[in-house]
Write a new protein. Structure first.
Length: 470
């Protein structure tokens, strides 16, 4: 009965002290998020981030590549394993309220030295005896100051942080795959232009040789045409090398050995949906990196609670009971039963400043996490604004480049006609310049098309898209 009173009194003391102090509750810090993005007026909460990637991208080959990457990408697989590990710690944290229970059994023969104190006391004969023991022990710590609860919330935040990290990798993987795919299509288109140009310049070289034989151009004009052919062949080789290197990069994203990537063509790529951005405050729940930063802040906040609780007393109860006997046949006899119970109250007094140091470090880490959270929000808003502006500019550049290519193509046509008709005011240098400018313009137009598509991908990623499920 006395043991029961000890337990009851300690438990009641624990709960009465618990009412005197409760760990602080986390509150999201005030963050300055404007109602609008820079240069964009939004009145609707609809955001591109909520659209699944397979609805945004309509190219069947691209969707197949993204799906394969989400199942086989090694970085994502490692992130999933980190989530599993964090979940295990979270499950352990949820069990912090429960007591610790252990069961031990041992049996042995003990023979003391004749010259040991016990041996001398026994006339120079060290005692020799057997001992058999089976006992269970239980211990429990009262969560007076909210330490266990704070540890539980900290482990939950760590788990959610790992989950947000996985989402961030998913979002980046979808964007990286789409960007690399569009770039590959652009390189294919540029390779095709370079091949056609090589063919055209071979024909031009044959024409120039004929004109030289007819006395209409000099040998210098022939050599300049020949050199221009070589420069175009070098350009073609560079582009083909870039295609191979990019295919290898995409293969790495897919978690496979370098191989050919199935794809369509650039001219069929169109994203015709409206690019809704929603409000900046929606980044808090759409951007995985912002969520990751906030969960990091929550974890740091709860660990500060834990450090603060170390300044206060700890109350714990432990008990031990079982069977012990020096004779095997009496091991489980009623006379072999033993038990004990212990209540413990400990208060740190002087421990070389370790408790205060831990608390100050926790507070500093919490402040760092808070600054990191605010920085993540500012960075997210910046990336959305950059992507929006980039998309608007690339649209305008693309339209101008189309006009530029049309004008330069006409210039090549007119200069070649004048040269072939032996027009005296036309030099072959003008023809070479017109051809070179036209080729550069056509290559740049393809690149502008890619940048236009890539700007949409960047906007989708910046808004927090790519990890949502259907």
């Amino acid at each position: 009965m006395r043991k029961r009173y000890i337990i009851i009194s300690l438990v009641m003391a624990a709960f009465s002290l618990q009412s005197c102090f409760v760990a602080k509750k986390y509150q999201q810090p005030q963050v300055d998020i404007q109602d609008q993005y820079r240069n964009v007026s939004t009145t609707d909460s609809t955001t591109l981030a909520n659209m699944p990637w397979n609805q945004l991208f309509t190219d069947a080959n691209l969707n197949a590549l993204i799906k394969e990457a989400l199942h086989a990408n090694l970085d994502l697989q490692m992130a999933i394993e980190r989530v599993i590990a964090a979940e295990a710690y979270y499950k352990q944290g949820k069990m912090g309220y429960l007591p610790t229970l252990n069961l031990n059994a041992n049996a042995g023969n003990y023979e003391a030295s004749d010259n040991s104190p016990s041996g001398i006391a026994n006339g120079g004969n060290g005692p020799n005896y057997e001992n058999y023991q089976l006992n269970g022990s239980i211990s429990w710590e009262a969560d007076i100051w909210g330490k266990i609860r704070s540890n539980k919330r900290a482990s939950r935040a760590a788990y959610l942080q790992s989950e947000a990290s996985r989402r961030a990798i998913e979002s980046s993987l979808v964007a990286d795959m789409a960007s690399a795919y569009y770039q590959l299509l652009a390189l294919d288109a540029q390779v095709e232009v370079a091949k056609q140009t090589v063919t055209t310049r071979r024909e031009s070289l044959e024409t120039m040789i004929s004109l030289k034989e007819a006395g209409q151009v000099t040998e210098a004009a022939v050599k300049q045409t020949e050199a221009q052919l070589y420069s175009t062949q070098i350009l073609l080789l560079d582009l083909e090398q870039n295609v191979a290197l990019l295919e290898n990069t995409i293969s790495l994203l897919l978690g496979r050995n370098p191989s050919t990537i199935a794809r369509s063509n650039l001219k069929d790529q169109e994203i015709k949906i409206q690019l809704h951005t929603g409000f900046p405050v929606q980044l808090l729940r759409n951007r995985p990196d912002v969520m990751l930063a906030e969960y990091g802040l929550i974890q740091a906040f709860e660990l500060t609670n834990v450090s603060r609780s170390n300044f206060y007393p700890r109350i714990s109860v432990s008990a031990n009971a079982g069977f012990e006997s020096v004779n095997f046949e009496d091991w489980f006899d009623s006379g072999s039963v033993f038990s004990n119970i212990l209540g413990n109250l400990s208060q740190p007094i002087f421990n070389k400043r370790s408790v205060r140091t831990q608390y100050e470090v926790s507070k500093a880490r919490q402040s760092q996490a808070k600054h990191n959270f605010k920085k993540a929000i500012l960075n997210a808003s910046r990336e959305v604004s950059n992507a929006l502006y980039g998309y608007q500019i690339e649209q305008r550049i693309f339209e101008i480049r189309k006009k530029e290519l049309k004008a330069l193509s006409k210039a090549v046509q007119y200069s070649e006609e004048l040269l072939n008709n032996a027009y005296q005011n036309t030099t072959y240098l003008e023809v070479l310049t017109a051809r070179s400018n036209a080729l550069s313009s056509e290559i740049n137009l393809i690149d502008s098309k890619y940048k236009q598509l890539n700007a949409i991908v960047e906007l989708y990623k910046a808004l927090g898209g790519g990890w949502q499920k259907e």
